[in-house]
Design a protein around this ligand. Structure first.
Ligand SMILES: [Mg+2]
Length: 306
């Protein structure tokens, strides 16, 4: 059984958000051209029928710059401005994140974007217009939480720290003296702990997460596109956890639903760029892309009315 609760008291504070700065079309660059033919077709379909399009975005590294402490991450003001400009022009806008849904709402001031769908914990949680649906965490998570300090001590990985996401446990090595080496030391012990507690591991940017099985961003994206009967899909992500969503874009394309996978490029994750139709430069590039798409839809609308 899931839990529905009202969350109108979400405490969001985003200095750059209110009032929204209107985006001046003259300032907006044109939309970058996707590298793949399928990506170009996906973008064309989105622009042809924006009211039936789904635009979904990861949060950390895509809308918000990566910072050492995830509690300090905030969506770029330019990204929030662009979301606000694009939101009324497309059928569905969604944030699809490994964070708890409420955490993304708070860190992105998403409660100020009525109608936006926030899928948290890789799609296990869904938040929209102040209402949260959240299934209870599996029993194995409590066992893993209890055993994790001992497992990390045994791995002798100094400088690691655990982010307790309530429905998942993320072990970060970004603050270790040698972050990649620390990540390697904890990998096998965490895989064992996950197997013993019925959880799965999710690798990310200097982080390994233990989380419930049965949800991933690809399934979440396909479900949402199906629910909304979307005619085109654009997904933007930056990390390994976004690969299933990229794969979902390819599956949907093969099934006749055009789409576009966009990588918020970084020096830390090279693998994802190879699977993307379009690579932009980090959250700043994502914000510019969203603004350019909004401006192009606005221009097309004005042309149609003229
Ligand atoms: Mg990310």
């Amino acid at each position: 059984m899931g839990v529905n609760r009202k969350t109108s008291g979400v405490n969001s504070s985003h200095e750059g958000l209110t009032p929204a700065r209107p985006i001046d079309p003259a300032e907006v660059a044109s939309i970058p051209v996707p590298a793949t033919a399928d990506g170009r077709a996906g973008l064309a379909a989105l622009l042809a029928t924006p009211a039936r399009a789904l635009v979904a975005l990861d949060f950390d590294g895509t809308l918000a710059p990566i910072v050492a402490d995830p509690a300090q991450a905030r969506a770029l003001p330019a990204a929030v401005d662009a979301l606000r400009a694009l939101m009324p022009l497309v059928g569905t806008m969604a944030v699809l994140t490994g964070r708890p849904a409420l955490s993304a709402v708070e860190h992105g001031s998403l409660d100020q974007l009525p109608g936006i769908v926030v899928l948290g914990h890789y799609g296990r949680q869904r938040w929209q217009d102040g209402e949260l649906y959240s299934p209870p965490p599996p029993e194995g998570l409590a066992v893993a939480r209890e055993r994790l300090p001992g497992v990390l001590a045994g791995a002798a990985a100094d400088g690691t720290w655990v982010e307790d996401k309530a429905d998942a446990l993320a072990v970060h090595t970004r603050r270790a003296a040698d972050p990649p080496a620390a990540l390697e030391r904890i990998r096998a012990p965490l895989l064992r702990l996950a197997a013993e507690t019925g959880l799965r591991t999710e690798p990310g940017r200097l982080v390994i997460e233990l989380r419930p099985p049965g949800a991933d961003k690809g399934l979440a994206l396909e479900d949402l596109a199906g629910q909304r009967d979307s005619a085109a899909v654009m997904f933007c992500g930056d990390d390994l956890g976004d690969r299933p969503a990229f794969a979902a874009v390819r599956r949907m394309r093969a099934a006749g639903r055009p789409g576009l996978a966009v990588c918020s490029g970084s020096a830390e994750v090279g693998e994802l760029a190879a699977e993307a139709d379009l690579v932009v430069t980090g959250p700043q590039g994502v914000a510019a892309l969203l603004a350019a798409v909004a401006a192009e839809i606005g221009r097309a609308g004005r042309r149609a009315r003229a």
